[in-house]
Structures are given as structure tokens and as C-alpha cells.
Design a binder for this molecule. Structure first.
Ligand SMILES: [Zn+2]
Length: 377
């Protein structure tokens, strides 16, 4: 049986009749206004990406329930993303226009850094064909920016879908979960690790969905439908380009919405892992996924993609004139090392034994609560 295709116009009608959803929209976006599918080019492009991801996420639901996974765009200028388990029986994924604009406005700088960090990829025949494509609509300077935007939105959508697919509903008694909210902590006797373990769980599914959507998109653009159409060398290039775009796009999505400093003492107070910890857990998920899915890449290229994409995503967040910027410039002047990763303290955190302990705690927690999660699969 074919999976029913998600239709934003139809979901908009469902959303307008869903009082539970409206209530959550007002709480998290301060408005229940939703955007029509033809509202603006950026909305059109974002819905296209979301449809791609939803299609895949629906395949992870039982056949009878595939159509209960639905999405909409909030007109709010507040950057946020939301998962809502409505009493109407619908599982909602909501991204706001504010989030879309935030990502769009910064992605050109990410793309410039990407081109500078991966010159050998930019210089390949496959990449040249990709860069010759028209950018997706929505105000992107280059097609590279728009593909990185595609990856970032695919990851965000996939992360929200991940909360639904993995059955996190029972863990959110308020029947909603917002990404950009510190006071949304799960209140269960101070067990702060649960919320952070669920984030990691949703990141894993989000990345899988992002990878599938990006592979689909690039295969289409390149006119590559069968792997055997490519020579061994082309296949390797294809995998390197995909891995670098997915990795940079997902890290970009994760870094834009959260505070940037790491303070381990603060960890218990937050529903989401502090940004650096979130980035590092995500980076470890990405490197595992690349190893598992891209067999054409050797350890050296995988390591390069890991370091360079982290450097690109983090570098784009450094504000000129800040301490981090000064340290970064000093590092660049001395040459050699990934400057942004060092300047923001990420390199230090990577080697912090507290971080490894924290990761182990998250993994133990998700195993502990897994039997209580009720996926629709
Ligand atoms: Zn989440």
C-alpha cells in the first residue's frame, strides 16, 4: 500500500479545527496563526522539504495511522519548533516562520565557510553540476546555501517526527514539546536526564530522516537513480558530498537555537542538553551514521568530514568582536588547527571526562525508559 502523501492545504483545514493544537500554538508561539502553503517562497520551499521528510516518517507508522502524522507552519516570528500530541488523535509537527528566517539568514555564511573548508569537494564534477542548479526559492544567495537549508530543515522536521515515531508522548504530560524553551522541562521528580535522553533519541531519528531526504534530493538533481550508474570514483564523491552536506546541515540546525556556552553545573536545570553537549552528542551520532551508511569513505575522510563540518557550523555562530572571535583570529593567524572548535571550547569539552560520563548517562537513561515509550510503529 502506498503511503498517503502529506498535503499542507489539507492539514491547514485540520489544524483550524483542532482546539488542542491552537492552545499549544498560543503557549509556544504567542499566536495560533498558521501560514498558507502559497504564503511566500520560503514557506513553499520549507513545506517541500517537510513533505519529503514526513513521507519517510509516515512509513515508520502503522498503516492505519500514517495519516495522523501531520505538519503546519506557524506564522510566528519567534524561532521555535514544536511536537504536539493532540487529543484529536493527530500528531503535529510545527515549525515557525521565525525559525525558517533565522536559518535562512545565516545559511549563506555557513555555505561560504563550507566552500572554503571542502575545496576538493567543490572542485568535483558532481558538485559542479549541483552548484549549477538554480537555488531553491526563498532568498538564498547560492544553490549550496539552499541545499544546506534543505538539510537543516530536514533535520529539524526529522527531530520532531522522531519524538512522535519513538513514542515520547507518555513522557510529556503537557502533550507538547517545544525545542526553544528552557522552562518546558519535564517535571518528574527532578529527573532531568530523561528530557535530555529524549532529545538525543529524537536526534538519532532526525538524522536518519535527514539523510534519506537529502539522498533522495541529490539523487534526483544529479539524475542518479541507480548506484550502478556511477563509477567507483563517482560513488565515493557522491558519498562524500552527501555526508558533508548532511553533517553540516544538521549541526547548523542544532546550533542555531540554543545557548552556546557549556556549563556542566547548569545541566540538571535544562530540558535540553547545553548547546555544546548537544552538538557533541549529535556529532557522535553523525559520525556513527556516516560509518554505517557510507561504505565508500575511509576513516580519514570520515574524520575530515567530522572535524570540518563541526568547524563550519560552529564558526558561523561566532559573533565578530567577541572573545571567541578574538581567540579564533589568533588561532587562524597561527595556522593549522580548527580555530572555531578551539575558540568556542568545543575541543576542550570533547576531551572532558565529564562529557563522556554524561553521554553514558544519557544512553543508560534511554534504555531504562524505552519500555515505557509507546511508538505508533
Ligand atoms: Zn526535541
Amino acid at each position: 500500500m502506498a503511503i498517503p502523501i502529506h498535503d499542507f492545504a489539507h492539514s491547514l483545514i485540520l489544524a483550524k479545527a483542532d482546539d488542542d493544537l491552537k492552545q499549544q500554538l498560543v503557549i509556544h508561539f504567542e499566536t495560533s496563526d498558521l501560514s498558507a502553503p502559497d504564503k511566500a517562497p520560503l514557506v513553499v520551499t520549507t513545506m517541500l522539504v517537510m513533505t519529503w521528510v514526513l513521507q519517510q516518517a509516515r512509513s515508520m507508522y502503522k498503516a492505519a495511522e500514517q495519516e495522523t502524522l501531520v505538519a503546519a507552519i506557524s506564522s510566528s516570528a519567534k524561532p521555535n519548533a514544536l511536537a504536539v500530541w493532540s487529543s484529536s488523535g493527530l500528531d503535529w509537527i510545527i515549525l515557525s516562520e521565525g525559525l525558517m528566517v533565522l536559518l535562512r539568514d545565516r545559511i549563506d555564511s555557513v555555505a561560504e565557510r563550507f566552500a572554503a573548508s571542502f575545496p576538493e569537494l567543490i572542485d568535483t564534477e558532481l558538485m559542479r553540476r549541483l552548484l549549477a542548479e538554480k537555488p531553491l526559492s526563498g532568498g538564498f544567495k547560492t544553490s549550496l546555501s539552499s541545499f544546506l537549508y534543505f538539510a537543516a530543515v530536514a533535520f529539524f522536521t526529522g527531530h520532531e517526527a522522531g519524538h512522535h515515531v519513538a513514542g515520547h508522548r507518555s513522557q510529556y504530560p503537557k502533550r507538547a514539546h517545544a525545542e526553544n524553551s528552557e522552562d518546558d522541562a519535564i517535571d518528574r521528580g527532578g529527573d532531568w536526564l530523561i528530557g535530555q535522553a529524549l532529545e538525543r533519541d529524537a536526534d538519532i531519528l532526525g538524522l536518519t530522516l535527514c539523510r534519506i531526504a537529502m539522498t533522495d534530493l541529490l539523487s534526483k538533481l544529479w539524475g542518479v537513480t541507480e548506484a550502478e550508474n556511477l563509477s567507483a570514483y563517482e560513488q565515493q564523491v557522491f558519498q562524500r558530498v552527501l555526508a558533508a552536506l548532511i553533517s553540516t546541515g544538521a549541526l547548523t540546525a542544532a546550533v542555531f537555537i540554543k545557548p552556546k556556552s557549556i556549563e556542566w553545573v547548569e545541566v540538571p536545570k535544562r530540558s535540553h542538553p547545553p548547546a555544546i553537549a548537544r552538538l557533541l552528542t549529535l556529532a557522535s551520532i553523525i559520525s556513527f551514521a556516516i560509518k554505517k551508511n557510507f561504505h565508500g569513505l575511509d576513516a580519514l575522510s570520515r574524520r575530515w568530514i567530522r572535524v570540518a563540518s563541526l568547524e563550519v557550523a560552529v564558526g558561523a555562530t561566532i559573533v565578530p568582536g567577541t572573545d571567541a572571535d578574538r581567540i579564533q583570529q589568533e588561532r587562524i593567524a597561527r595556522g593549522g588547527e580548527p580555530a572555531a572548535i578551539r575558540a568556542t571550547g568545543i575541543r576542550k569539552a570533547m576531551h572532558d571526562p565529564t562529557f563522556r560520563k554524561y553521554m553514558a548517562q544519557l544512553d543508560a537513561k534511554i534504555w531504562e525508559i524505552r519500555p515505557r515509550l509507546k511508538p505508533r510503529r
